[in-house]
Design a protein around this ligand. Structure first.
Ligand SMILES: [Zn+2]
Length: 172
């Protein structure tokens, strides 16, 4: 190591955990989480249970499974609009200065280069969103918008054997 420059590597303020002498936001968050975890035994049981559930939900969310209904909708949309998607990807590549036919164009976001009526949020024909799954119904991971199955149909629930008629009757 003596042959190398003996200047210590400089740590940017944002990474060494302090900005102007106060803890950086990430460090504050980390401290907050460990403080909550440390306080858990002091909380009444009900409160601790709620906090544990919240922590579990955070872990589930960070797994980033996608809603199966959203994925199916997006796949169908992509198949139906393959031509427009390819043109949009090529335009995205061109805008990014990539040479014609560069495969990296496929990794760019084609959405801004789609025809207006196909862009995300454009309406019935717009690119369907891919939403992270929040829960699972009969082993199918779904987002909050698709818990009851695809719009217009209740396939997930009808196909399920987990819901007995009495349970459904009980739900009113
Ligand atoms: Zn969904």
């Amino acid at each position: 190591m003596t042959g190398m420059t003996d200047t210590p590597p400089e740590i940017p303020a944002a990474f060494n955990g302090s900005v102007n002498g106060s803890p950086a936001p990430a460090q504050q968050t980390a401290q907050g989480v460990s403080e909550i975890a440390g306080m858990l035994p002091q909380f009444p049981d009900a409160m601790a249970m709620v906090l544990r559930q919240v922590l579990q939900q955070v872990q589930v969310l960070t797994r980033q499974h996608l809603c199966a209904v959203c994925v199916a909708a997006r796949k169908g949309w992509q198949a139906a609009h393959e031509r427009e998607l390819k043109a949009a990807a090529a335009a995205a590549g061109q805008a990014a200065g990539l040479p014609d036919g560069d495969p990296r164009a496929g990794q760019l976001d084609p959405a801004p280069f789609l025809p207006v009526h196909l862009r995300p949020g454009a309406g019935a024909e717009g690119m369907p969103p891919l939403t992270a799954a929040l829960t699972s119904v009969s082993g199918t991971e779904v987002c909050s918008a698709h818990v009851a199955g695809p719009p217009g149909g209740k396939q997930l629930i009808l196909a399920s054997t987990a819901f007995s008629p009495s349970m459904l009757a009980g739900l009113g």
